[in-house]
Design a protein around this ligand. Structure first.
Ligand SMILES: NC(=O)c1ccc[n+]([C@@H]2O[C@H](COP(=O)([O-])OP(=O)(O)OC[C@H]3O[C@@H](n4cnc5c(N)ncnc54)[C@H](OP(=O)(O)O)[C@@H]3O)[C@@H](O)[C@H]2O)c1
Length: 294
């Protein structure tokens, strides 16, 4: 657990009904005046609505947890993905600039192509493989271009939580329905609990971090390793009634519309030091999330 330093001020959160948005509300430090919006009250692609909402609340900080996160669908819905992940970030940054607010923009490991043989550092060159990664990268650049030091980019990966749809919940459902399961074993990254990410963002806000940063839980896994851990930890907590065999698959055996990086581990060394936190291994976070679910 992270000890969040004292911070009070007005913070506007977009995408409040998403995995991260909900965890930002759940972990909001005492003293922060929070104003939360999701698409039903603020569509971030509407520049005028964004300017009005920001002008009305006059936040010190905007945390953008809204995004077009359907990685495969983005390939055939590029215009919408561009509008939400890139253009809308420019609207938020513009409104933040006018109001003198800082902007926290959350981004993704999918800005990288996965061809590098070591964990990606924040300064490594982006080379997205698909529309989602490309539009998220453009969002990063828009925030930094407009706001400079007033912008913080936090790239994360493989996010799950008790809320919404994610890999953990999909695995639990499939493992209770099927007799066996195949899961991709040649894509490697780091599972990340949205709760820990939210706490890290609050810490970053309090410390006024800026520029590009990386945040995931610690350690590495393939989707296959992650699936096995979900099965075993869920069995131990009574969330599954029986164990089913899980087989490793190659990416080519499980084709998807969007290509994904084969290795997208993020180097968090600088961010952990800046935040002064002790890294938590992804399996420990998984246990904590499943305990909540149980
Ligand atoms: N999930 C992951 O594995 C992952 C990995 C790396 C990075 N990230 C990044 O982490 C951040 C949080 O992701 P998450 O997993 O919490 O995403 P999420 O659960 O999909 O939540 C995104 C939220 O944004 C809302 N939204 C979509 N379009 C909007 C618009 N035009 N205006 C306002 N709200 C809008 C969505 O509403 P609807 O549901 O109604 O569309 C949803 O509530 C995102 O920046 C994402 O790119 C996520």
């Amino acid at each position: 657990m992270i000890a969040t330093p004292a911070f009070s001020g007005r913070v506007l959160v977009t995408g409040a009904h998403g995995q991260l948005g909900r965890e930002l509300s759940a972990t909001c430090p005492e003293g922060v005046r929070l104003c939360v919006h999701d698409i039903d009250t603020l569509d971030i692609t509407d520049a005028e609505a964004v300017a009005r909402a920001v002008g009305r609340f006059a936040p010190e900080v905007i945390i953008n947890a809204a995004a077009y996160t359907a990685v495969d669908k983005a390939q055939s819905d590029a215009e919408r993905a561009q509008a939400v992940n890139a253009e809308a970030v420019a609207h938020l940054a513009q409104a933040a600039y006018v109001e003198g607010a800082r902007l926290v923009q959350v981004s993704t490991d999918f800005v990288f192509d996965g061809q590098q043989g070591r964990p990606y550092r924040p300064e490594d060159a982006a080379a997205p493989l698909g529309v989602y990664g490309q539009t998220k990268y453009e969002g990063e650049c828009a925030a930094l271009d407009i706001l400079g030091e007033q912008a913080l980019i936090v790239r994360t990966a493989w996010v799950y939580s008790q809320y919404g749809q994610n890999f953990v919940k999909t695995m639990l459902r499939l493992m209770s329905e099927r007799e066996h399961l195949g899961v991709v074993a040649d894509q490697v990254g780091t599972p990340t609990w949205a709760r820990g990410l939210a706490q890290a963002l609050w810490q970053a806000v309090a410390l006024k971090l800026s520029g590009r940063h990386h945040w995931t839980d610690a350690g590495v896994a393939s989707w296959y390793d992650f699936a096995l851990a979900i099965r075993d930890e869920a069995l131990a907590r009574g969330l599954l009634e029986r164990s089913i065999p899980v087989h490793p698959l190659r990416t080519e055996d499980y084709p998807t519309p969007a290509r994904r990086p084969s290795y997208s581990v993020l180097d968090k060394t600088a961010t952990w030091a800046a935040l002064g936190v002790t890294p938590v291994h992804w399996r420990e976070s998984l246990r904590a999330m499943l305990a909540q679910l149980a």
